[in-house]
Ligand binder design. Structure first.
Ligand code: PLP
Length: 354
């Protein structure tokens, strides 16, 4: 964050802010005034600018439209009690977008482009960061391939864009999830650890079949045997069994969630025994039958913590006990919220102040 890049700024004439009802925002449907853009050509990132959020134009032959060479990130900014804008652990997203980019043969982006682009954009659109309870500014950085070329090879031209959306809660109620034993999200040697666009397109069909049976989401199992639990939809998954917090270890099939890391850090601080390991479906089903698993929840930036109330395996649905305010998931959600909004000491240095 030492070097600075030169960013050209073209401001919107009249802000659209007054058209937004912050009490009723649908997740991902409202876009802030501006976006940050960088172009990659002649072997380097250049042409840094902030412009009004608007249409893009590129040709029908662009590689992204055919072969999906694209990676993205998701992070959030919060309005602190003192009125500052705080972004939660953005350097982790910066590192991860480059890991994803490497797997997709997309050129690396420098820390100053990512962080200065983000900082300038949030300076300009700081009034878009909502301050009502359970609201935040969702930030979407992404990179995609733009060569006009029919054929499979890495592009020579890309765009890196950051735009933002004020958002409320992602899920409004606890989830019903189905353990997926047929379809796979990720396999060893595949792209599961990357936030690569195509992974999400591939997950839609199995999720749709589960939704037709009344579930909200899937619990993905390992692609080789379908006997080990990996993730819940686009979240990492955790279980509370006695004083233990159990979660799948990360590898090349499980995404290394930043919320996951934050929750594990707090759980350890609170004296929970944290087990990151292979978690078999059998262990979970037995634990649910015997009532030993007290809580199950997903972790991810969009929802922070998404409580699971029903887990379906085959034809049987197992219902978890309702979670009260004393549950681990409720407490860790509140703890993270307080840290992110500056109400509680940020002892791990997680907040990046704009
Ligand atoms: C983004 C994502 C997560 C959550 O990661 P966070 O950094 O916590 O937002 C988990 N699993 C998948 C598949 C994801 O795409």
């Amino acid at each position: 964050m030492t070097d600075t890049i030169k960013i050209n700024i073209e401001s919107i004439g009249t802000s659209r802010l007054s058209q937004v009802d912050f009490n009723h925002i649908d997740f991902g449907k409202v876009y802030s005034d501006h976006m940050f853009i960088a172009d990659y050509y002649n072997g380097k990132w250049q042409n840094f600018r902030i412009e009004p959020y608007d249409m893009l134009s590129f040709t029908p032959g662009s590689a992204i439209l055919h072969y999906g060479q694209s990676v993205f990130e998701g992070m959030k900014a919060y309005k602190s009690i003192t009125g500052d804008v705080l972004v939660f652990r953005p350097e982790k997203n910066f590192q991860r977008i480059n890991k994803s980019a490497e797997r997709m043969c997309i050129p690396q982006i420098s820390e100053e482009i990512f962080m200065n682009g983000l900082t300038e954009l949030l300076h300009i659109d700081k009034n878009w960061v909502p301050d009502l309870p359970n609201t935040s500014l969702y930030i979407r950085p992404y990179i995609f391939a733009l060569d006009e070329f029919i054929g499979i090879r890495p592009s020579d031209n890309y765009k890196f864009i950051i735009f933002t959306c004020p958002v409320g809660p992602y899920y409004s109620k606890p989830l019903k999830v189905k353990i997926e034993r047929e379809f796979s999200r990720a396999v060893h040697g595949g792209t599961g650890y990357a936030k690569a666009a195509g992974n999400y397109a591939g997950s839609l069909y199995p999720a749709k079949l589960a939704q037709q049976k009344g579930y909200d989401q899937l619990i993905w199992t390992d692609g080789a045997t379908h006997q080990y639990v990996e993730e819940a939809g686009t979240m990492n998954i955790m279980f509370i069994k006695g004083n233990k917090l159990i979660t799948a270890e990360t590898g090349d099939t499980v995404l290394r969630g930043i919320t996951r890391d934050s929750v594990l850090t707090i759980a350890k601080e609170w004296g929970y025994e944290v087990e990151e390991r292979r978690v078999s479906v059998d262990e979970i089903v037995q634990g649910l039958k015997k009532g030993e698993i007290k809580e199950a929840f997903g972790t991810g930036t969009a929802a922070t913590i998404a409580t699971i109330e029903v887990i379906g395996d085959g034809d049987i649905d197992y219902t978890l006990p309702p979670v009260g305010p004393d549950s681990f998931s409720s407490r860790v959600f509140a703890e993270l919220d307080q840290i992110k909004t500056g109400k509680k000491e940020d002892k791990y240095g997680w907040n990046y102040k704009i």
